[in-house]
Design a protein around this ligand. Structure first.
Ligand SMILES: *Cc1c(COP(=O)(O)O)cnc(C)c1O
Length: 419
């Protein structure tokens, strides 16, 4: 990155469209000067970002490598094959589709390929940590299909597998979805698989959040358990924005048809090039070290926050995120998000299980370590950040606390540059 924060080679953009150029610059500055603790965000490598800005955006490539509906696909075929081979190797899967434009579209393709409109989907309730595409009424998943939800155990705040089993037995869903956006504990895909087998449902594992951990064996893999595995590329996996699907060979043809022509037209070949780069990076040795540090940092964050007298959903974490329950502290998730934001710590409000506040206010705050770990922060800095969070949340009106926090955030950002 140049000192201004935009890649070399973007001189054309500066001349042709200074307005957009300046706006990108401003975003680069924002990213540089804030501590991102949004659990679903990360910093793609320079190589990944460079790979996205290429001429493959010009190419129509409907179909799949070797079987396209357009001529001139020899090089995009090569890059898509690279992406497919690498992601299959990374997760040890028989089949992969790297064309979904996003995680949501990956889920849509699976549902539309293997369910009929009106069939039942059993997923984790949104307010307990699930995702919109797991049956929420505001998403296609809850409009075209009949949603049914499992919730977390009110005591342990962990998945209640007995409830999943009894709901599945009673309602016979077409698809069971195992996966979450705000769940700090391990997910046992083998129990889900057992329940799906017993009740005649398909099992879809949505590993969007944990894909990076799964890739290096730090979270049990859904491969071998789930019929379909969907994911995003851009969370712990640290790739470009986008999605992919894994499955056994027996589902390959139907699944591929579900992506194209089922739910998408031409694939974004420039993004697929960047996916190939990211999968390549994830196959390298350093990636496992990175994921280990993500976990160490999250565990450190959890312990520190607990030691400062805050509550965590489920009492801790096994993965890359924690979910603070602020109910006892008398502040809402919305307030907490604003207070931290003023100091340059970017996080997001989040419902906690059985939240008394609505989704726009919430009683929780979700904090993740993937982005900070990419910047190079380790335990000592994470402890410092945890103290800042405590100080800010306990003294929301104090100008002095805010000023001190801003200073420390800015020092950390300078000491740990992104690119
Ligand atoms: C982020 C996420 C998605 C959706 O990804 P998009 O690329 O934003 O559409 C799907 N499922 C889960 C569990 C997620 O966390």
């Amino acid at each position: 990155m140049t000192e201004k924060g935009v890649w070399n080679g973007q001189e054309g953009l500066r001349t042709v469209d200074p307005e957009v150029y300046r706006t990108i610059l401003a975003e680069a500055e924002r990213e540089k000067n804030s501590l991102v603790m949004i659990a679903s965000e990360n910093y793609a490598s320079r190589a990944v970002i460079e790979a996205q800005a290429n001429v493959m955006t010009n190419k129509y490539a409907e179909g799949y490598p070797g079987a396209r509906y357009y001529g001139g696909c020899e090089f995009v075929d090569r890059v898509e094959r690279l992406a497919i081979d690498r992601v299959k190797r990374l997760f040890g899967s028989e089949h992969a589709n790297v064309q979904p434009h996003s995680g949501s579209q990956a889920n849509m393709a699976v549902y539309l390929s293997f369910l009929k409109p009106g069939d039942t989907i059993l997923g984790m309730e949104l307010s307990h940590g699930g995702h919109l595409t797991h049956g929420s009424p505001v998403s296609f998943s809850g409009k075209f299909f009949k949603p049914l939800f499992y919730r977390l155990d009110p005591e342990t705040q962990r998945i209640d597998y007995d409830e999943v089993r009894s709901l599945a037995r009673r309602h016979r869903p077409g698809m069971i979805v195992a996966g979450a956006s705000a769940y700090p504990r391990l997910i046992d895909f083998s129990i889900f698989a057992e329940i799906a087998r017993e009740t005649g449902a398909y099992l879809m594992a949505d590993m969007a959040h944990i894909a990076g951990l799964v890739a290096v064996g730090l979270h049990p893999s859904p491969v071998g358990h789930a019929d379909f595995i969907t994911s995003t590329n851009h969370k712990t996996l640290r790739g470009p924005r986008g999605g992919f699907i894994l499955s056994r060979e027996e589902y390959a043809e139907k699944l591929d048809k579900g992506v194209f022509p089922g739910t998408q037209g031409g694939p974004l070949m420039h993004i697929i090039a960047a996916k190939a780069v990211a999968f390549g990076e994830a196959l390298g040795h350093e990636f496992a070290d990175y994921q280990k540090q993500v976990l160490v940092n999250a565990a450190t964050l959890a312990n520190e926050i607990l030691s400062h007298g805050f509550d965590l959903v489920s009492g801790g974490t096994d993965n890359h995120l924690i979910l603070m329950d602020l109910t006892r502290k008398g502040i809402t998730g919305l307030e907490a998000e604003r207070i931290l934001g003023k100091a340059g710590i970017v996080a997001n409000k989040n419902t906690v299980p059985y939240d008394k506040q609505g989704p726009r206010v919430t009683s929780g705050l979700r904090l993740g370590t993937p982005a900070l770990t990419t910047r190079g922060l380790k335990e000592a800095e994470i402890r410092l950040v945890a103290r800042l969070i405590r100080d800010l949340l306990e003294n929301p009106e104090s100008e002095e606390t805010l000023k001190r926090a801003r200073g420390l955030v800015s020092e950390l950002c300078d000491s740990f540059p992104i690119y």
